[in-house]
Write a protein that binds this ligand. Structure first.
Ligand SMILES: *Cc1c(COP(=O)(O)O)cnc(C)c1O
Length: 288
């Protein structure tokens, strides 16, 4: 059976404040970040009847890529219902899409093409599943062990959300230790994120900090690219380009409010997806 070792925690300086970074991007070369945590349950349990996984979502998603790694390791077929497949990508595969194809993913476009039978494991878009709690609890335990070993006071955990599954299950576990989780929505608005929380748990939700500006998921923004570049230059750490810029914009916007807390930022991986994002950003802002 396959086990992760603990991911390391490093410190950085950001806007004259010291922050800790939980480096879940370093968990494993092929299977890292919060998707590795969310899928850990499936990786470490036996499913004798399962021969295939079916899921759905966008064609460059980090969840899609991580599912392809899971299926390869388990010897399962992987059918992915894509929302769309742009023709430039079909003729020039790259990024998560390319890597998932290498791992044997088969792309389809409707549920009818993937009949769900007793041998099928259906996984919700973005792995928004109760089973995600299994691996996220391990992440939370690592955080508590580190906090106690280093006698860290007034700890707050910060991370950006897609489905909100990671932030939600972190908060559920860390509530016992009076640790608050702060997050900001990257997909949809605050009410959408709270709806997503409620679909899994009705209480112990993370605290949502809204950004001043409205962003559309997957679109390119100059300030997102700029903060990503600044972090890379100042800290040497590469963050994800889709979610992390919003996480850091949140920290910047709420700096005053968060200033009395010790911040632990969760690096949720997703770096494979940067290839396609970076191509688009470099084309859009060549001089930044
Ligand atoms: C998937 C992903 C997220 C969002 O995780 P949720 O559990 O859906 O909120 C955030 N950051 C990165 C890098 C991701 O790949």
């Amino acid at each position: 059976m396959y086990h992760y070792t603990h991911s390391p925690i490093t410190t950085i300086e950001f806007n004259h404040q010291t922050l800790y970074i939980k480096r879940d991007d370093l968990l494993d070369k092929d299977f890292s970040g919060n998707k590795a945590r969310k899928l850990y349950y499936y990786l470490t349990h036996d499913f004798p009847h399962i021969t295939k996984v079916v899921s759905e979502g966008s064609i460059q998603s980090n969840a899609m890529y991580s599912l392809s790694v899971l299926c390869k390791r388990k010897g399962w077929d992987f059918l992915y219902i894509a929302h769309s497949l742009p023709s430039f990508l079909a003729s020039n595969p790259h990024g998560n899409y390319y890597e998932a194809l290498q791992n044997g993913m088969k792309v389809i476009f409707s549920k009818e093409e993937a009949p769900i039978d007793t041998n099928t494991l259906w996984i919700e878009e973005g792995a928004r599943e109760r089973e995600a709690q299994w691996g996220i609890n391990l992440l939370a335990q690592e955080i508590v062990e580190w906090q106690q070993a280093n006698a860290i006071g007034n700890l707050a955990v910060v991370l950006p959300s897609g489905t909100g599954t990671t932030a939600l299950f972190l908060q559920k576990y860390l509530s016992q230790y009076n640790i608050v989780v702060y997050t900001t929505p990257c997909v949809g608005d605050e009410s959408y994120l709270i709806e997503q929380f409620n679909s899994l748990e009705s209480r112990l939700h993370p605290t949502v900090l809204k950004l001043d500006k409205k962003y559309h998921f997957g679109k390119l923004y100059r300030n997102n690219y700029a903060i990503w570049k600044k972090l890379k230059a100042d800290t040497g750490i590469e963050f994800d380009l889709l979610y992390d810029p919003k996480g850091w914009l949140m920290i910047e916007q709420y700096q005053e409010f968060l200033s009395d807390k010790t911040l632990l930022y969760i690096h949720q991986g997703g770096l494979m997806g940067n290839e396609s994002m970076l191509r688009r950003y470099e084309r859009k802002y060549p001089n930044l």
